[in-house]
Ligand binder design. Structure first.
Ligand SMILES: C[S@@+](CC[C@H](N)C(=O)[O-])C[C@H]1O[C@@H](n2cnc3c(N)ncnc32)[C@H](O)[C@@H]1O
Length: 210
């Protein structure tokens, strides 16, 4: 769940949300953010401290309509067991939503910034150093497609995320409203259009439980 950004958005949109996070400090940030919400939203959110690889200890099979695992898989060295656990929590027809670093296009970020040796090194690996300086791991579309089939939640659709804006600094100010709308429209279009989506910084995969 991290600091709860998406969890709170979903709760504000009317969903019942359970957030799982292993890091106590991050969980405290999420608790503080939740405490600032109106009661009607607070009541829709449950926050749990735990490891995403041990969902069986917290949740029964088939107990969720949607499971989101966004920006987490890069920290998990062997993701298949965790993904199987997440799929197990889904009700039939439920959606497993994954946001991962695109392991098929890792050379793009160093290449576009003029780091040629970094770009050459990135062709033959799924390991990379993220912007926080952490050694992490990307995922390839073909590998995740096979994994999703194997765990009973075959790939339904996929998108690229951050096709044009990967070079933008996280702390950069948002552009004015009108420009932001155009930027998002261009990103959204590219994210569902070949060949652009294949070289996005992130991949958004949606598996559906059979
Ligand atoms: C980028 S944040 C998640 C953001 C969140 N999904 C959102 O969209 O708002 C990544 C989080 O994953 C957590 N994490 C990494 N490995 C984990 C694991 N095995 N179990 C539970 N949480 C984990 C990290 O502590 C970090 O807070």
């Amino acid at each position: 769940m991290g600091q709860g950004t998406q969890a709170l958005r979903l709760a504000r949109a009317g969903h019942m949300v359970t957030g799982l996070e292993q890091d106590a400090a991050m969980l405290a940030v999420a608790h503080a953010a939740l405490a600032a919400e109106p009661a009607g939203i607070r009541d829709r959110v449950e926050l749990i401290e735990g490891d995403g690889r041990e969902t069986g200890a917290h949740f029964g099979p088939g107990s969720f309509d949607v499971v989101l695992c966004h920006g987490v898989l890069m920290y998990v060295s062997e993701p298949d067991a965790m993904l199987a656990g997440l799929a197990r929590m889904l009700a039939p027809g439920g959606l497993l939503s994954l946001l991962v670093r695109n392991g098929d296009a890792l050379a793009l970020r160093p290449g576009l910034s003029g780091d040629w040796s970094g770009a050459l090194d990135a062709f033959d690996t799924v390991d990379y150093t993220n912007r926080l300086g952490l050694e992490v791991r990307a995922d390839r579309l073909a590998d995740l497609t096979a994994t999703l089939s194997g765990i009973g939640a075959p790939l339904h659709t996929w998108y690229g995320v951050r096709v044009f804006t990967d070079g933008t600094e996280a702390a950069a100010e948002l552009p004015p409203e009108e420009e932001l709308e155009l930027l998002l429209a261009a990103e959204e279009r590219a994210g569902r259009t070949d060949p652009y989506r294949s070289v996005a910084a992130l991949l958004h995969l949606c598996g559906v439980r059979g």
